[in-house]
Design a binder for this molecule. Sequence first.
Ligand code: KIV
Length: 283
Amino acid sequence: MASQGRRIAMVTAYDASSARLADTAGLDIVLVGDSAATTMLGHESTLPVTMDEMLLLTRAVTRAVHRAFVVADMPFGAYQPGEDEALRNAIRFVKDAGADGVKLEGAGRTLTRISAILDAGIPVMGHVGLTPQSASLAGSYKARGRTAADARRIFDEARALERAGCFAVVLEAIPAQIAAHITEALKIPTIGIGAGASCDGQVLVWHDLLGLTSGHVPRFVKRYADLNTTILDALRVYVADVKGAAFPDESHTYGIPDEELARFESQIAETHGRNFTNPSRKR
Ligand code: KIV
C-alpha cells in the first residue's frame, strides 16, 4: 500500500464487537495493543498485562476480523528475557490466537528477539519513539526525539528495525519533521501516532478515537466521537426507565396464547391452591 501511495489506517481493538466494527469500517490493520492494560483492565500503565490476558483478547479479535491484518502486541515480559521466550510467545499469538503478526517495542536488545521471531516466519512490526513499556519504567511519557541526538537515535533505531526485517514500524510521539525524515529513509511503511502527517499510515487507540476515556487527552489524539457522553446518556435513560416501569413495554415482551395461559393458571391454581389469575397483583 505504501509503495502505491495509499495511506494505511490502523486502530487498536481488544474484543470481538469492536474488532468487527473496525473490520467493517475498512481499517487495514487492527492492533491488539498492550494499551489494553489501561483501556480494558484498568491498570495505570501497560506493564502489568500478561501473555494470557493478551492471548484472550487477541482470540476475541481474530474471531471477528475477516479482512484486516491483525497484529498482537507482545506485552512487557514476553520478549525481554531472551530470544527463546520471545519466539515461544510470538508463536502462541499466531498459533493459539490467530494473529497475523506481532509488535515489539524498541530496538537495541529487542533486535535479536525480532530476528528470532522473523526466522520462524512471523511478521514483526517495530515500534520506536515513545515506547510506553520503557516510558513507564523511566517515568516520562513526554514526546521523544526533540534534540538532535535523540532524533538521531530514533532514526538509527528505525533503520535497524528495517534491516532486521520488520514489515512496518510505529513512530510514537516524535516531531513531525523527524518522522518525515525516517519515512523518507525507510522502504517499509511508517505508522505514526503523534508523529505528523508524513507517515505512511496512522494508528490511534480505540478509546481515544471514540471518546471513551475521561481526563487528559494527549495532543496527538483526534476524537471522532464522544461515546462517553452517548453511553452515559443511554445508561441514565435506561435506569430511569427501569425505575419508572417504562421498560420493558409490550414490544419487548413475549406473549403466550390465551388458552395456554388459562391452562397453565388452572394447573398451578390446582397444585398450589392459590389464585394466580392476576399476576400483576404484586404491584
Ligand atoms: O498498545 C498500543 O495501543 C500501541 C499503539 C499506541 C501503537 O502500541
